[in-house]
Design a protein around this ligand. Structure first.
Ligand SMILES: Cc1ncc(COP(=O)(O)O)c(C=O)c1O
Length: 422
């Protein structure tokens, strides 16, 4: 019997895959679905039961897309039904407020965007930079962080200083300090790299940057929903995040944090309904009275109420489990996977540091005796959804795990990897 079939049997294939019409779990709508008296792995089994995610394969690509649990889908479906029945399209102010509270910041500091890249573009365009000014970023950046800054370099002559990340906290802090010159205006690095899942010490970097008058514009695609995140404590100036990865909310929802005292330092270029303090086309000359006294100045026009209801449900889902408990679990699974990969010995090259502070939810490795593409294809054929990483010349396999994954799934992955590599 081939290993894929064995694996499906082990995971209980034969259990019905939810069809389109029956995607809602029997208890998925129950707001009291969590039984905190249940401990250990059984606790996480009840969490897994809240996800429609197929049991036909093991999903280990949350770093790209976070599948939504039943309550998130329910909130969106109900909102769509309500809106299209009543014709009342609703507002998203309560969701903005809830998201801000979840992130530990003021409502006035949150702009609602549609993906991380949208927030990064607002940061990259909004900061005042002239030709020759320097911006520090990494050469492991996702296209979503690389292109907006590259575009400003192309159009406005700013100078990009990409660096190859070191493997741990202290080294990366020292590395960034060593790159700073009198012309450095912005540090535009990710909180967690998309390549190897390396965690940067953003708090320490932000403290240092502030002492030098350098702006921190963080790519926070991987942040909310894994860390017990409090953006105020993190101390950066700007942070562009999304709700569709680790927060397990719907695609098309994201946010940009702009610290209140930095609003005047980030010029809004795209504006519309909600961005302003009043305007008048009848006055001579026509006037715009100014920008909203909040990060609402960066977003405008119609938002999707239904998607934001999904975000709200995703936040409740996290809060019901507990942000701290989620971070602890994510780290536990990451360590379990990391140690399992270490045990594979010389067949692979692990690209993560042993320092647990520099990892959180993703691990990346290179195979020694085959290409990452061939190995990646084999793993996918065997039912493991991982991501191949060509970025930054990493040429590796990235495995990302979240609260719906189990140690059993990780064991199966490691077994299958060994079979393929042997
Ligand atoms: C580090 C990083 N930055 C930015 C992005 C782009 O995110 P989005 O698709 O939300 O714009 C990603 C997406 O995977 C990412 O991993």
């Amino acid at each position: 019997m081939n290993s894929r079939r064995q694996f499906i049997q082990k995971l209980g294939a034969g259990i019905a895959i939810p069809s389109l019409v029956s995607f809602i779990s029997p208890n998925g709508f129950d707001t009291n679905w969590i039984d905190s008296s249940i401990k250990g792995e059984d606790f996480w089994t009840q969490v897994r039961a809240q996800f429609p995610l197929t049991k036909n394969r093991v999903y280990m690509n949350n770093g790209t897309f976070g599948p939504a649990p039943f309550p998130v889908q329910k909130a969106m479906v109900e909102s769509l039904q309500e809106i299209n029945t009543s014709g009342e399209y609703g507002i998203t102010d309560p969701e903005r407020e809830k998201l801000a509270a979840f992130l530990g910041v003021k409502t006035a500091e949150i702009s609602l965007t549609h993906n991380t890249t949208g927030g990064i573009n607002i940061m990259a365009w909004g900061v005042s930079l002239k030709s020759g000014d320097e911006v520090i970023l990494t050469n492991h950046d996702h296209v979503g962080n690389a292109l907006p800054w590259l575009n400003r370099a192309k159009l406005h002559g700013i100078v990009l200083k990409p660096f190859t990340p070191a493997s741990n906290f202290e080294e990366n802090l020292d590395l960034i300090k060593s790159l700073v010159t009198p012309k450095t205006k912005v540090i535009a690095i990710p909180h967690v790299t998309c390549t190897t899942g390396l965690v940067f010490p953003i708090k320490e970097i932000s403290e240092f940057a502030r002492s030098k008058g350098i702006i921190t514009a963080i790519d926070g695609a991987h942040g909310a929903g894994i860390f017990d995140l409090n953006l105020k404590n993190l101390g950066c100036d700007f942070y562009a995040g999304c709700c569709h990865k680790w927060l397990l909310g719907p695609s098309g929802t994201a946010f940009l944090y702009v610290r209140e005292d930095m609003l005047e330092k980030l010029q809004p270029f795209h504006v519309g309904g909600g961005s302003d303090l009043g305007w008048d086309l009848f006055s001579d000359p026509p006037i715009l009275n100014g920008y909203a006294a909040s990060a609402h100045r960066y977003d405008y026009g119609t938002q999707s109420t239904s998607l934001m209801k999904g975000v709200s449900a995703a936040l409740d889902f996290h809060l019901e489990i507990g942000k701290g408990k989620i971070e602890t679990r994510v780290r536990e699974l990451n360590q379990y996977l990391f140690e399992g990969l270490l045990d594979l010995g010389s067949q692979i090259q692990l690209l993560n540091s042993e320092d647990p502070r520099s990892r959180i939810s993703m691990v990346t490795f290179q195979p020694k005796n085959t290409t990452f593409q061939l190995l990646g294809n084999e793993l996918m054929k065997s039912g493991f959804r991982i991501r191949q990483v060509p970025e930054g010349n990493v040429n590796g396999i990235r495995v990302s795990t979240h609260i719906y994954n189990s140690k059993e799934e990780i064991d199966l992955f490691l077994q299958e990897l060994k079979v393929i590599l042997d």
